[in-house]
Ligand binder design. Structure first.
Ligand code: ATP
Ligand code: MG
Length: 550
């Protein structure tokens, strides 16, 4: 982790709580965890939670676990288990000890459920889903007790064992905690803590046909791992009652506390694994790692760096206020990083041929720096040849003074090379310019014209004889509205634009995911899936300036 990352850590309410706990002696060290459910790829919202949990452990010299909250076998997959680990590592964090799995605690969880039954605090309920809903009541009306609520303890024990042995059908019964059917918190009205699922589990195979519910599993897993501060998002605020109730009523020594913070929402995209997975399944995007996706793998493929994402998470802070962060905030973080650290290069995205008629033909190898101010980044060689590519938008037959590029009869500087003057242009039958013919001034390499002529404009170029053809993929927002509601109606049909052009020859073997600044065009990196030295494909990471504002 870079120094820059750590030197300004803004304080927030969770840090205040920890400071207080350490001061009062409630804890001598802290232990956090990041608890993803392996049912999808991680997104930038998860990055907020990762940076918070792992970041706190780092700052307080505590520990942070990576725990797979894997109690829902039907939706989970080992591929997600693998990708989540990779994403956490890529973001620059390391978990303490072995990877944890809630499924490793299934025996203990079963034991604690039995303990609740033995204490008369849990019962097997045979109401069907519809009846359960009716009995539960509403926000304004209390619930009423299930007819199975007062089944004797011994009978409940036998029934629960029978559930475990697979002697009931899926959905036939559940185990419920016996709490309070009149509670203001619906989650406390005898919540289900175990259900039957005849499903293969990616970790435990077919050992189990009953699976504990999230609310029951999470708090006990935290206590088993001796987590001190269990940080989660605000939607679990009510469930904190249940979290505390479970731990208060079983014989487990550790007593973690849950604290909630607001989730990250980002404009023009979505932060729900369910919806993101719908985009993938319906092939609206090419996969979880499509560079338009707000997933870690998508951002990575797009050219985002771990440092830029950590910086973003730091800038957005940690609060209890729900809000929606502007996309420009994320983009500013990657731009700040790449402006400092990305090597410069030239690429022509919409090429038109330019011939320098008074150039004698032998290739000249010019030197250019990789970064305008960072000498340590070294230099590169640019072949200068009689034929070059420039961008179509950089030439006009006529233009007013505001147009500081190449105009017929006028001069412009070729970046890192000479001053040229446009002499004439050749067009096809439709009037589209095919070739621009120029002359160059051989005395202008690295210096202004000797006679004091002023040449204001500078344009980029690529040798047409020594260059690499490349495809450029330019991404726009995935959705047309800031607060996405309808996946179909809000989709931006033009979120991908593909262009064919050329890059400097030195980029022929450009490393995937490593961004360059293509001067005047934006930051781009070679695509990790489609790019090879035979067919270069570049993703635009981000434009040079914030073009989304206003
Ligand atoms: P989603 O709603 O996208 O499906 P989730 O909450 O179901 O996400 P989990 O795998 O359970 O996904 O999340 C792991 C951790 O990441 C949880 O502690 C959760 O609170 C946190 N998290 C998920 N989404 C966000 C978000 N948008 N902002 C901050 N933290 C998040
Ligand atoms: Mg979840």
């Amino acid at each position: 982790m870079s120094e820059k990352d750590t030197d300004v850590r803004p304080s927030h309410f969770i840090r205040h709580i920890i400071d207080q706990d350490l001061k009062s002696g409630a804890h001598t060290s802290i232990h956090t965890r990041f608890p993803p459910e392996p049912n999808g790829y991680l997104h930038i919202g998860h990055a907020k939670s990762i940076c918070l949990n792992f970041g706190l452990a780092q700052d307080y010299q505590g520990q942070c676990n990576l725990r797979f909250d894997d109690t829902n076998p039907e939706k989970e997959d080992v591929d997600f288990v693998r990708s989540i680990q990779e994403d956490v590592k890529w973001l620059g964090f390391a978990w303490d000890g072995d990877i944890c799995y809630s499924s490793r605690y299934f025996d203990q969880l079963y034991g604690y459920a039995m303990e609740l039954i033995e204490k008369g605090l849990a019962y097997v309920c045979f109401l069907d889903a519809e009846q359960t809903r009716l009995y539960r009541g509403t926000l304004t009306e209390p619930g009423k007790p299930s007819p199975y609520r007062d089944t004797p303890i011994e009978e409940n024990k036998a029934l629960f064992e029978k559930m475990r042995r697979g002697e009931f059908k899926e959905g036939e019964c559940v185990l419920r905690a016996k709490i309070d059917m009149a509670s203001d918190f619906i989650c406390m009205r005898d919540p289900v803590i175990y259900r039957i699922k005849f499903a293969q589990h990616h970790q435990t195979g077919d050992t189990w046909c009953i699976y504990p519910m999230y609310d029951f599993t999470h708090c006990i897993s935290d206590a088993i791992e001796e987590i001190t501060h269990s940080l989660c998002t605000l939607e679990f605020q009510d469930n904190r009652r249940l979290y505390d109730w479970v731990l208060d009523h079983i014989s487990i020594p550790a007593r973690p506390r849950q604290y909630e913070f607001s989730r990250l929402n980002l404009e023009y995209t979505m932060m729900s694994k369910r919806k993101l997975s719908e985009l993938v399944e319906r092939q609206i995007v090419s996969g979880w790692d499509d560079p338009r996706m707000p997933t870690i793998v998508g951002l990575r493929r797009r050219g985002y760096t771990p440092a830029s994402i950590r910086q973003f998470c730091q800038r957005i802070g940690v609060t209890k206020q729900e809000n929606c962060v502007e996309m420009s905030m994320l983009e500013a973080c990657i731009r700040d990083d790449l402006n400092e650290n990305a090597p410069r290069a030239m690429a022509v995205l919409d090429p038109v041929k330019l011939v320098i008629e008074n150039f004698d033909g032998a290739t000249q190898y010019l030197q250019a720096p990789c970064h305008p101010t960072h000498e340590h980044m070294g230099g590169r060689t640019l072949p200068f040849t009689q034929e070059i590519w420039i961008d179509r938008a950089d030439f006009r037959e006529e233009a007013n003074k505001k147009y500081k590029r190449l105009v017929l009869g006028k001069e412009v500087r070729l970046r890192n090379a000479y001053v040229i003057k446009a002499e004439r242009a050749e067009k096809d039958a439709q009037g589209v310019i095919q070739t621009i013919y120029c002359s160059y001034d051989p005395d202008t390499l690295g210096q202004a014209p000797a006679d004091g002529r002023k040449v204001k404009g500078v344009i980029h170029w690529v040798s047409a004889q020594e260059c690499a053809p490349a495809e450029f993929r330019i991404y726009d927002r995935l959705f047309n509205v800031a607060q996405v509601k309808d996946l179909d109606a809000d989709l931006n049909p033009d979120s991908l634009e593909v262009k064919q052009g050329f890059v400097e020859i030195g980029l022929q073997d450009a490393e995937a995911e490593y961004a360059y600044q293509f001067e005047r065009e934006g930051y781009f990196c070679a695509d990790s899936k489609y790019s090879s030295s035979n067919q270069l494909v570049f993703n635009r990471t981000v434009a040079l300036r914030d073009t989304w504002a206003g």
